[in-house]
Design a protein around this ligand. Sequence first.
Ligand SMILES: Cc1cc2nc3c(=O)[nH]c(=O)nc-3n(C[C@H](O)[C@H](O)[C@H](O)COP(=O)(O)OP(=O)(O)OC[C@H]3O[C@@H](n4cnc5c(N)ncnc54)[C@H](O)[C@@H]3O)c2cc1C
Length: 293
Amino acid sequence: MTLHSDVIVPYLHEFGNAAQKAKWLPKCASGELVTAIAMTEPSTGSDLAALRTTARREGDEYVLDGAKTFISNGTLCDLCIVAAKTGGEDPHRSISLFVVEADRPGFVKGKKLAKMGMASQDTSELFFEDCRIPASNLLGQEGLGFFMLMRKLAQERLVVGVAAQAGAAQVVADTVRYCKEREAFGRPIAKFQNTQFELVDCATEVEVGQAFLDRLLVDHVAGKHLVKECSMSKLWHSEMLGRVVDRCLQLFGGYGYMLEYPVTRAYMDARVQRIYAGTSEIMKVIIAKQMGL
Ligand SMILES: Cc1cc2nc3c(=O)[nH]c(=O)nc-3n(C[C@H](O)[C@H](O)[C@H](O)COP(=O)(O)OP(=O)(O)OC[C@H]3O[C@@H](n4cnc5c(N)ncnc54)[C@H](O)[C@@H]3O)c2cc1C
């Protein structure tokens, strides 16, 4: 849901022309169209400019060839925004974005990938084999895809920050409740000083994280350019979630390893937050650049 509403549909909203918006946005809003965005390829993820999928112009059409992987909503999608090379010397000016409808011949959905967590979200391989789309499915201007992605990735990273913050807050609340109920050595485990110190550390991280996120959300909604801060949020909040969920899981003892417990699922779901939408390392590269280093 958040990927569709907060990440992908905003591309159509900001970069789509009037005809594209009229054609797709109402059905995106009603849920008749589910969207995906395909940047990552088997040979490249972090280095977007190195992608290999191509789109060549033939008359009134573009012909797409290439493979994508790890695409969220890949199995379910009706519309997929595809990043492809349209030529040119400068790698940053050779990428364009295309809207590809799922029923276009040559758009082949590969297998749904088996993942560690995020069970309710499908992640797939996608293939484009001489896939013809009308030239009118080009989103924005040819050659400006990389800049459009950079512009929109800030919000995507903020969305991950929000999800990580919410996930951490939830897991702390669940763990406090559990520690008050679970007994060892004749008293609730919440009465052990170690349990208290662990929960205090986690709750403090959540409070601090909320303050940064609140400020960021106000500035983002006001339209401020926040590449550095959104990358910082993606980095810090996803790492914070990892720390918090791991410490909380420990307090569940053996139950924390059992799939029926929400903390176990939270632990498995959390791991990917440091990887997708740009890894923690790539966030540091971006932040360093923004700091003029
Ligand atoms: C569940 C899931 C859902 C996803 N959904 C989507 C989606 O919907 N659409 C989409 O396009 N992609 C999606 N992805 C892909 C995701 O964005 C990439 O996996 C991620 O950006 C990393 O790329 P990679 O896997 O190719 O790793 P690589 O780029 O191969 O990186 C491997 C390691 O090298 C490090 N590294 C790379 N470059 C540098 C550098 N310059 N400095 C320091 N370290 C570096 C990385 O941080 C990482 O630790 C998804 C991935 C997952 C797991």
